[in-house]
Design a protein around this ligand. Structure first.
Ligand SMILES: C[S@@+](CC[C@H](N)C(=O)[O-])C[C@H]1O[C@@H](n2cnc3c(N)ncnc32)[C@H](O)[C@@H]1O
Length: 920
């Protein structure tokens, strides 16, 4: 269950008559406990309570008590030995009238409220459902509640008005919802005369059977779209006349309203009774946007981007600079004035703005700075000089685009109330400004210059405008002559296999004129490219959240040369970090933030978690280094032995056997065992298992063909290969006894699975003897020295592979050409090799000691045995001393050194190659 569903369940529970015996189970059920769990608690099997209540281990001790006994019962629950024994996190007591609870693991204030009010504290108990980002949820409790209510209303209205859910009417539906949200906010913040005026007008004027609810709401909307001076002439109903003229595009156009049922009417009235003052426009928009999205409704509001994450983009992009200027200005009136003027000309543009959270936060942060300026200049109630029209966005989907503008309007009003007071805020608020700031359309097809033009130029909109603003509306001049432009956002990430035709076409349009190789680029790369092209015309800086794959592996060579060659550089970056959301599974992604600019001055800021480093340059792998890019190399540049791939069968499965097949074959044809070897791929290696394969040398072929089942298998292989369209397969149809690629050699082979989970701290690798054939799912060094394992199994090598090789979902793809041949290794002395040999042997011995644990078990970071970790630590110590005479401080330092060595290595390779070419 997600937080919204839990909130709904808790609210439903509070609305039902209180049943003392049932309450603890119903409460636990609302937090997602399964029927079987509850059954065991009811039977007492898992109920550990010593006070006649319900005690769920590690979770909660609940007791229902007699009237007036709540506080005493809560104290008893806290003091109960059973609570401590079961490590219960929460205690909860209620008599159906009062409700008290405490989280025993935090210093948070206990909950004490009426029973009816406890759903307002649902965020407090979310750890019961395994949702741990509770602080964010608590801060956004109202937004979750409102989202859940609006969702119920939306779904109910679509049930009664199915045509409003069709493509033609979706926009009307979304527009209607945006109007409603505005009205709920306005009636609770005195924008409308009288608190609750909108909801109560509907309640009073519409019939209980809901038959005319749509007409009443339609009339209210009409009033808000009609100037008060012409209302009488327009025949606006007297009861609607008390509402102000709002318009701003929000109430223009059709005042059509969907029809209401009794249920949807009651939902509407219930939503109106919430306290909309508490709405937080940073969060609410992102939460609510899923309401209108059939695919996303399941994860309602759970994927929103948290404010701290948004600030990771906005602070280094420009806010830190503004704050620094504020600090430097101190109380100097002129300097403060200059800063205020500067801010009035700043444009913030989010070309994938969703419901506008980046824009809202940028706006609010700038207002906070401006308020401080005004305070220092004794002009506290001065009207803001930061125009909302300077906050612009493009959003593909209709509803988030509607909400984005609404969120900005609400943010402006809230800032006015905070910094200038309610009276001033109200005076300037209505009617709303009808200018259009958010364009609904495809940012990759729109000309950004037309939406965010060079300063001093008007704006032409090339897409559907919001709130029915006609397409040919007057152009809007940004109020930023000579100002700055900052582009920001969190555009979508999509690997090549996930893009639809239209998205692929977006990529073709952007990249095909620039380069041949772009198919493996992530979709998000388009935004970096568009921002780069934009900055060639308009001096600007841009920063986007992106999947870390654009700064890793082959994508680096595809994207960044295109950006750098147009005069841009990375001026700040956040190294990979986990981008969390509120979903219970918290299946967040690993992201980076990259800021690009054409302004070459100043130091660059590189963030790794909370640590900030100032550096001269940030390379495309987000390391303090030059803009060097690692390219594939056909042979080792580092003096290490050749790493090949394993053996490729291309056999339709006929050369591969399982244990039962081998047993049967050998039993019937004992000589067949001469042609059978163990066969290991990446899966088998990590799970310490193996299969078998037919391995027939040319001079054994006659003998092998005497064995009926072997002959049949070879014929089947020949047929598969003959029918194959692959050149390699087809070309080997005449030699079905051989693998199509067969580098297998005598002696010991070092084996590295080509795909390996990125969760592991070390790359799994190991040796097999020549009785085992490695499959092409492994990279292999044949006839390998033992010390090579010390290199492959090191943290240094793991970091290199993680950085320069391709990443597929949660796995690394080990590449010999990109990862092994390029890995910089200092010249190794005999002593170094002897030391590394000992380290490798230690690792192998410790693994042996844990037999039968598999590689997958041993290298699971959660349960990796201490002695194995220690053996790897010793290995790292020895290897890292060879590099720099001590351990590296962290992975960033490791990578810095590796890139430094790589730069030297490839420069000297280049020189050697040039000399060889000259000699030739
Ligand atoms: C990851 S969301 C970020 C939105 C918002 N900033 C947030 O944090 O919730 C990406 C947004 O880009 C929008 N989008 C996707 N493709 C787009 C395109 N080609 N043009 C404009 N917007 C697009 C999506 O609809 C979505 O709202």
């Amino acid at each position: 269950m997600n937080a919204v569903e839990i909130e709904e369940a808790i609210s439903a529970l509070a609305e039902r008559p209180f049943e003392a015996d049932e309450f603890p189970y119903a409460f636990l059920e609302a937090f997602g406990n399964k029927e079987t769990t509850l059954k065991r608690l009811r039977k007492g099997e898992s109920n550990k309570s010593d006070l006649g209540g319900v005690l769920q281990t590690n979770n909660i001790h609940i007791a229902v008590c007699k009237p007036g006994e709540v506080t005493r019962t809560l104290a008893a629950l806290k003091a109960s030995p059973a609570t401590a024994r079961a490590k219960a996190r929460f205690v909860l007591a209620t008599d159906g009238d009062l409700f008290e609870a405490e989280d025993l693991t935090t210093d948070d204030a206990p909950v004490s409220c009426t029973y009816a009010d406890f759903p307002n504290h649902f965020g407090f108990f979310l750890p019961l459902a395994g949702i741990t980002t509770v602080k964010q949820v608590r801060e956004s409790s109202f937004d979750i509640r409102a989202t859940s209510r609006l969702n119920r209303l939306y779904v109910e209205l679509l049930k009664d008005n199915p045509e409003w859910g069709t493509a033609q009417r979706r926009h009307d539906m979304n527009h209607f919802m945006a109007r409603l949200i505005f009205c709920f906010f306005a009636e609770d913040t005195e924008i409308f005369n009288g608190s609750g005026a909108f909801t109560s007008a509907i309640e009073t004027m519409s019939a209980k059977d809901s038959s005319n609810t749509h007409e009443v709401i339609g009339e209210l909307f009409r009033a808000m779209n009609t100037k008060t001076t012409v209302r009488a002439a327009a025949g606006v109903a007297r009861w609607a006349d008390g509402f102000p003229y709002v318009n701003g595009g929000l109430f223009s156009g059709s005042t059509d309203v969907p029809r209401f049922s009794r249920i949807s009417r009651s939902y509407l009235l219930h939503i109106g009774s919430l306290d909309w003052k508490k709405i937080n426009p940073d969060i609410f928009g992102s939460m609510i946007q899923a309401v209108a999205d059939d695919d996303e409704r399941g994860a309602l509001g759970m994927h929103y981007t948290s404010v701290p994450n948004i600030l990771k983009v906005l602070n280094p992009l420009f806010l830190d600079d503004l704050r620094q200027q504020l600090e430097e200005a101190d109380d100097n009136a002129r300097m403060l004035l200059n800063l205020r003027k500067r801010m009035s000309k700043i444009r913030v543009f989010d070309p994938a703005c969703g419901s506008g959270n980046f824009l809202v936060i940028a706006y609010k942060e700038m207002r906070a700075i401006e308020a401080e300026i005004n305070r220092r200049r004794d002009e506290a109630d001065r009207r803001t000089e930061i125009p909302l029209t300077n906050f612009r966005g493009i959003e593909l989907r209709d509803f988030p685009a509607e909400i984005a503008r609404l969120a900005l309007i609400i943010a402006e009003y809230q800032c006015d109330v905070t910094y200038r007071g309610q009276k001033e805020a109200l005076r300037d608020f209505l009617p709303l400004d009808a200018q259009n700031w958010i364009t609904c359309g495809n940012a990759l097809r729109l000309d950004w210059l037309s939406i965010c033009p060079p300063t001093g130029t008007g704006v032409k909109h090339h897409a559907d405008d919001l709130f029915n603003t006609p397409l040919n509306q007057a152009q809007i001049n940004f109020e930023n002559e000579g100002g700055e432009t900052y582009i920001c956002g969190n555009p979508p990430y999509l690997g090549s296999q996930w893009r639809n035709g239209e998205q692929q076409e977006d990529m073709n349009r952007i990249f095909a004129p620039l380069t041949k190789s772009y198919r493996d680029l992530d979709y998000v790369a388009c935004w970096f490219m568009k921002a780069t092209q934009y900055s060639e015309v308009v001096s600007s800086k841009a920063a986007f959240v992106a999947t870390k794959s654009v700064c890793q592996g082959i994508q680096v060579a595809m994207l960044w040369p295109l950006v750098f060659s147009r005069g841009m550089h990375i001026f700040f970056a956040h190294r990979p970090f986990h981008w969390q959301n509120l979903a219970k599974s918290n299946a967040g992604v690993t992201c980076v933030i990259v800021g690009i600019s054409g302004d070459l001055g100043g130091e660059r800021r590189l963030f790794d978690g909370d640590i900030e480093t100032r550096t001269k340059n940030i390379g495309p792998y987000l390391i303090p280094m030059s803009n060097i890019i690692v390219h594939k190399s056909s042979g080792p540049q580092n003096g290490l032995p050749v790493m090949d791939y394993g053996n490729k069968p291309s056999d339709g499965g006929y050369l591969i056997l399982d244990r039962a097949e081998v047993d049967k074959l050998v039993e019937n044809y004992p000589t067949s065992k001469n042609f059978i070897r163990k066969y290991v791929g990446a899966q088998e290696f990590t799970h310490s298992s193996f299969r078998y394969c037919l391995w027939i040398e040319d001079d054994q072929l006659c003998e092998a063909r005497q064995i009926g089942p072997v002959r049949e298998r070879l014929e089947a292989v020949a047929a598969v290969r003959s029918n194959s369209k692959g050149l390699q397969s087809n070309g080997n149809a005449g030699t079905p006894h051989r693998f199509v690629y067969a580098p297998h050699s005598p002696g010991r082979a070092l084996l590295v699975p080509s795909i390996t989970s990125s969760n592991r701290d070390y790359l799994p690798c190991g040796f097999v003897d020549d009785g085992t054939v490695a499959s092409n799912k492994c990279a292999v060094v044949y006839q390998a020295n033992i010390w090579l394992l010390a290199i492959v199994a090191s943290s240094l090598h793991a970091q290199w592979i993680a950085t320069v090789c391709v990443r597929m979902r949660n796995d690394y793809s080990y590449s010999n050409t990109l990862g092994w041949n390029t890995f910089p290794v200092p010249m190794l002395t005999m002593k170094n090799k002897a030391d590394l040999t000992r380290c490798a042997e230690d690792i192998l011995l410790v693994r042996e000691a844990h037999f039968p644990a598999t590689i997958a078990d041993l290298y699971d970071p959660e349960i990796m045995p201490d002695d194995l970790r220690a053996a790897h630590e010793r290995n790292d110590e020895v290897l890292e001393r060879i590099y720099i005479g001590r351990r590296f401080k962290n992975d960033t330092e490791r990578l810095e050194k590796l890139f430094e060595l790589y730069t030297k290595m490839s420069a000297s390779q280049g020189t050697t190659k040039k000399k060889a070419e000259a000699r030739a």
